[in-house]
Design a protein around this ligand. Structure first.
Ligand code: ATP
Length: 359
C-alpha cells in the first residue's frame, strides 16, 4: 500500500495529493501537465515535496516534519520510464543484473527472464532489440531490484499498437506473480483499462476522482476529463462456450441471463470454459432498440433497463443495466426520438466484431 499526503510546487500550480493506493494496479490518467509524473517522482524520491509524508507498505520514506527523505535507491521502488532508459553499452543480461541487490538464491533472474521471454536476447545490446523488447528488459531490471512497488510512467507510449498488445499481458503476469502495488501512468485510458478498472484521475495537480472506471464516467463533474472516444466498456467475463470451428466464444457475467458472443481468431483461440476474459466495447458501437430485432446479422442483443442518462453536449450517455452496467452513447436527437428515459426497457445491440479482447 502507498500512502501519499504531499504538496509539491510546480511551475503553474502545486501538486496537492492526499491518496492511498492499494495492493492492486492503479491507472493514473489525466491530461498532459496534470502532475502525473510529479506524483510518481515524489513517490520514488526524484522530487522532494515542500510538505507532507509518503509511506510504502507502512514504512515512511518521506516526512517533512520528521526530516526524513530516504534516497531513491533505498526506497525499494521499481520505476520504468517511457523509453526504458537502458544502459546502451551493456548487454540485456548486464542491464538486467544491474539493479540486483542480493544473491539470487531463489532463481529470480531465471524466473523473470522466462516470464518476460528475454532468454534469446541476453547477449544483445539495447540498440539491437525492438522497442517492446527494450521495455520488457526495463521491466525485468526493475523487478530484479526486488521492489516493494512498481511505478510505470507511460510504459506504452513509445510502442506501436502491436507492441502495446504484446507488453500488456506481461504486466498482468508480473502483477499476478509478484503481487506488489503497481501505479501505471498513461494518457490512453484504453491501455489502462486493459490492466485495471481502478483509475485515479488527475487535473491541475489534484486528484479529482479515484475508483472504479464505470463509477467515474457517470459523474457529471468528471465528464470533461474523458474525451468522447475514450468512453469504453471494459468488462471482465467468464468463457461459457467455445466453438473451435467458427471461433465464436460465448461469454457470461455472474447470474445475468444475457451473454455476449465474440469472435476470436483461431491463432488466439486458447480459452477454455470457465476462463476469465476482459473485453472492450466502445460505448458508441452499441445501438439501442425498443425491441429485439429477429432478422439482423447483429449477434449481440442484450435486454436491460436504463438506469441513468448523462448529458454530454449533443450526446447522451445511457447506463443500461443488462446484468452488469453497459455504457451506451447515443445522440441527443436519437434519445428524444426514441423517448428514452430512466427506467425504460431497451435492447443493446452490437456486432461481435465491435468487441476487442484483452491479451
Ligand atoms: N522540476 C519541475 N519544476 C517545476 N515545475 C515542473 C517540473 N517538472 C514539471 N513541472 C511542471 O509541472 C506540471 C506538471 O508536470 P508533470 O510532468 O508532472 O505532468 P504530467 O501529467 O506527467 O504531464 P505529461 O502527461 O505531459 O507527461 C507541468 O506544468 C510542468 O511544466
Amino acid at each position: 500500500m502507498i500512502q501519499v499526503n504531499i504538496q509539491l510546487k510546480r511551475d503553474n500550480f502545486d501538486v496537492l495529493v492526499n491518496e492511498t493506493f492499494g495492493m492492486g494496479i492503479t491507472g493514473i490518467f489525466g491530461p498532459s501537465g496534470s502532475g502525473k509524473t510529479s506524483l510518481m517522482n515524489s513517490i520514488c524520491g526524484l522530487a522532494k515535496p515542500e510538505k507532507g509524508s509518503i509511506s510504502i507498505n507502512g514504512k515512511k520514506v518521506f516526512s517533512l516534519d520528521e526530516k526524513l527523505n530516504i534516497p531513491v535507491e533505498k526506497r525499494r521502488i521499481g520505476y520504468v520510464f517511457q523509453e526504458g532508459r537502458l544502459f546502451p553499452h551493456l548487454s540485456v543480461e548486464k542491464n538486467l543484473r544491474y539493479g540486483m541487490t542480493k544473491q539470487d538464491s531463489s532463481g529470480l533472474f531465471n524466473k523473470i527472464v522466462t516470464m518476460l521471454n528475454l532468454g534469446h536476447l541476453l547477449k544483445s545490446k539495447p540498440a539491437k532489440i525492438s522497442g517492446g523488447e527494450r521495455q520488457r528488459t526495463a521491466l525485468g531490471r526493475a523487478l530484479l531490484s526486488s521492489p516493494e512497488i512498481l511505478l510505470l510512467d507511460e510504459p506504452f507510449s513509445a510502442l506501436d499498437a502491436n507492441l502495446r498488445q504484446q507488453i500488456l499481458p506481461f504486466l498482468l503476469k508480473i502483477h499476478q506473480s509478484f503481487k506488489i502495488p503497481m501505479l501505471v501512468v498513461s494518457h490512453d485510458i484504453t491501455d489502462l483499462l486493459k490492466l485495471t478498472n481502478n483509475i485515479c484521475l488527475m487535473q491541475s495537480g489534484r486528484v479529482i476522482g479515484h475508483g472504479e472506471y464505470h463509477e467515474l464516467v457517470r459523474k457529471p463533474n468528471l465528464q470533461h476529463i474523458f474525451s468522447r472516444h475514450s468512453l469504453i466498456n471494459a468488462i471482465s467475463m467468464t468463457v461459457s462456450r467455445v466453438d473451435m470451428e467458427t471461433g465464436i466464444t460465448q461469454l457470461s457475467y455472474g447470474d445475468s441471463h444475457n451473454w455476449i458472443n465474440v469472435v476470436i481468431e483461431k491463432s488466439r483461440l486458447n480459452y477454455c470454459k470457465g476462463d476469465q476474459i476482459k473485453i472492450f466495447i466502445s460505448s458508441d458501437d452499441i445501438a439501442l432498440s425498443a425491441k429485439r430485432l429477429p432478422s439482423v446479422t447483429i449477434q449481440n442483443q442484450l435486454d436491460g433497463v436504463v438506469r441513468e442518462i448523462i448529458e454530454r453536449e449533443n450526446l447522451r450517455l445511457c447506463i443500461v443495466d443488462v446484468g452488469f452496467p453497459l455504457l451506451v452513447e447515443i445522440t441527443a436527437e436519437s434519445a428524444k426520438r426514441m423517448d428514452i428515459e430512466v427506467g425504460y426497457m431497451v435492447w443493446c445491440l452490437f456486432k461481435s466484431v465491435a468487441i476487442d479482447v484483452a491479451g
